[in-house]
Design a protein around this ligand. Structure first.
Ligand SMILES: [Zn+2]
Length: 287
């Protein structure tokens, strides 16, 4: 029997029990419910209890498998879980509410005990306990962390022609004295080589300055002047100023592939709740 049919049948019987005329009628229906539940697999029973508590206590689908684990640990036997469910007068209401939660999260009831239980989605950590912060930033040259703003630079190359600047290679890199690559150029380019390529000169600004309002205004002026595209500048702005962005950034594609987040905005644009979901699940995404 498909799991959604099981849940549906439990819901119907629980509703009938709650609407019974008197105690005797109610007990008869509860007996039916018990008879229906008894031959089910332990996992099916524990999942029913999990759904009941999801509806009762609220919460998100993200914590569902932790809750499931708790149920099987707490009750120890399916019989105890059944007893517990039957003590709840509003079992049908809790189940209905939890079905609504699953639906709004796009989770199929039938997948709960099959694909879902093994999928990364089923094992999601909750983002509730994650605090998103700015930095550390990842150096675009050496790939190592820039532990504090004083260790970093925003760097770019720009060439001018007829009063108009054209920029390239807008990057966040280590400042020379903090670069793991060492002197002479650290994580920056060879200025002479770059100049001989297309006449571009090197510019940079300390990362801590870029985190201030003036830094934001400077970046916006790049777009205004047409020196860099909005595509490049916006991503740098998010890296600098959106909490959690730089930590989650290496995992964007994996998180989408695993179903942890769905892209609601253009590529690389995520809301705080989505970044929280990604950051909370980095240990799983690294596996
Ligand atoms: Zn570096």
């Amino acid at each position: 029997m498909q799991y959604s049919n099981i849940v549906q049948r439990v819901l119907e019987l629980a509703q009938q029990a709650s609407e019974a005329r008197d105690r005797a009628a109610r007990q008869l229906i509860e007996q039916d419910l018990r008879v229906f539940l008894k031959p089910l697999k332990a996992a099916e029973i524990y999942m029913l209890a999990t759904l009941m508590y999801l509806g009762l206590e609220g919460g998100s689908v993200a914590g569902l498998m932790d809750r499931y684990q708790q149920m099987s640990d707490t009750f120890g036997t399916p019989e105890r879980a059944i007893d517990q469910m039957l003590t709840k007068d509003s079992l049908h209401k809790h189940l209905r509410k939890s079905l609504a939660i699953l639906e709004s999260a796009g989770v199929e009831v039938d997948a709960l005990l099959t694909t879902h239980i093994d999928s990364p989605l089923a094992l999601l950590n909750s983002s509730d306990d994650v605090e998103l912060s700015l930095g550390p930033w990842r150096c675009d040259q050496c790939g190592q962390a820039i532990a504090k703003p004083e260790h970093g630079l925003l760097q770019w190359l720009i060439r001018s022609k007829d009063g108009h600047g054209t920029g390239r290679d807008l990057r966040i890199v280590h400042v020379n004295h903090a670069s793991p690559l060492g002197l002479p150029n650290g994580c920056g380019p060879d200025e002479r080589e770059e100049f001989s390529r297309d006449g571009a000169g090197l510019s940079d600004v300390p990362l801590h300055w870029m985190l201030e309002p003036d830094g934001l205004v400077r970046l916006l002026s790049f777009v205004e002047e047409g020196e860099f595209s909005a595509n490049e500048v916006n991503r740098i702005i998010m890296r600098l100023l959106v909490p959690g962005y730089e930590t989650a950034r290496p995992y964007f594609q994996k998180a989408i592939d695993a179903g942890i987040v769905e892209l609601e905005l253009p590529d690389d644009y995520f809301y705080q709740s989505q970044l929280g979901d990604i950051v909370a699940n980095i240990p799983k995404l690294e596996k």
